[in-house]
Design a protein around this ligand. Structure first.
Ligand SMILES: [Zn+2]
Length: 351
């Protein structure tokens, strides 16, 4: 893990100099690229009021509410260190020497400078969660009884919501449970099954319908989810009995994060890594963590959803679009083989 972190740190350091003083998001993101949890203190630059003292777990990223400029402090080799930070900024803690921590800023490729924006330079409290109502469905290939299935899925959504609330202030609430008949033969793709699911299932009273198919992966299609991109009304997941509960939770968090605008990450411990089938989630004590760029992407989409719960991805505000584009350009640059970020860039440009 450390090797990857060092490599990423060196990649992103190059861009620190290219940063602009512009960002508009009302959070900053701090990623912990060390192997220990780090206690942080975020304070206002101008007043004693408003402080946050969160701890960011090893390998994880956290959003911290801030409007404008603030001071971020932590202990480094027994001494306090303070850095000036800015809302919209994406930062990472890394170890430069034994217990010596430094804060770096992740640069994005196309800085945008906006004039005339006023900020209060205050630290906020984490906002109430934005709630996305979800209808969940199982198909005729599911072997569990309705009651057992519902209990299992509700518990999984509660865990997933707790993780997403921490990373971007969003919860997914199950508001309806139903079943649908999936007629696709086993050998066809999850993509074809999603098309069918979209035709026969109305997400109401949810904003989003999530189908869990009991049809198992085949040699033709090993995908675990079928989706069309962020804020799309339908999502299909494979319910695999070979996977542990924690692996299925990780899959659900990954899929819901895509819904919230997260693309794939080259950071191989992130829940947004390209290949989830690597058994990481089977190791004892495994924690579901996010990389910093996707944490910021989800925070941007969550703020937009707060304004319009029925928002389409192509209709996000111009400011959010600018920042999301910068994130996706960077993610696409970091992993040129993965096409998710490029696909999201195209979706953003469609309206
Ligand atoms: Zn994915």
């Amino acid at each position: 893990m450390m090797d990857t972190m060092r490599r990423l740190a060196s990649l992103t350091l190059v861009f620190v100099a290219a940063m602009s003083a512009d960002a508009r998001a009302s959070v900053l993101v701090v990623s912990n690229r060390t192997e220990k949890p780090v206690a942080l203190r975020l304070a206002s630059l101008t007043s004693a009021a408003g402080q946050l003292t969160p701890t960011v777990d090893a390998g994880d990223s956290l959003p911290l509410p801030l409007d404008g400029i603030g001071r971020l402090g932590f202990m480094s080799a027994g001494n306090p260190k303070t850095y000036r930070v800015q809302s919209g900024g994406v930062y990472y803690l890394h170890e430069v020497d034994e217990n010596q921590l430094e804060l770096g800023r992740i640069g994005l490729s196309t800085p945008v400078v906006r004039k005339g924006e006023k900020s209060s330079n205050t630290v906020g409290q984490p906002p109430d969660a934005v709630v996305v109502p979800v209808k969940v469905l199982y198909d005729d290939a599911e072997v569990a009884t309705h009651a057992r299935w519902e209990a299992r899925i509700r518990e999984r959504f509660e865990h997933a919501s707790a993780i997403l609330r921490k990373h971007c202030f969003v919860e997914f609430h199950v508001v309806a449970v139903d079943r649908w008949k999936s007629d696709e033969p086993r050998a066809t793709s999850l993509g074809a099954a999603l098309k069918e699911f979209e035709q026969v299932v109305d997400p109401a009273p949810g904003h989003l319908a999530i189908g869990f198919t009991g049809r198992q992966a085949t040699q033709f299609d090993r995908a675990f989810s079928g989706a069309r991109g962020p804020l799309h009304s339908h999502l299909l997941l494979r319910e695999s009995h070979e996977k542990t509960d924690h692996e299925q939770l990780e899959q659900l968090v990954h899929a819901l994060a895509h819904y919230l605008g997260a693309a794939h990450s080259p950071e191989n411990h992130s829940v947004m890594r390209t290949k989830l089938n690597d058994h990481q989630a089977r190791s004892a004590g495994h924690r579901i963590v996010f990389d910093p760029l996707n944490t910021m992407a989800m925070c941007l989409v969550s703020e937009e959803l707060r304004g319009d719960p029925r928002l389409h991805f192509g209709d996000v505000s111009a400011a959010a679009r600018d920042e999301l584009q910068r994130i996706y350009v960077e993610l696409a640059r970091l992993d040129r083989r993965d096409k998710t970020a490029a696909a999201y860039l195209r979706r953003l440009g469609q309206n």
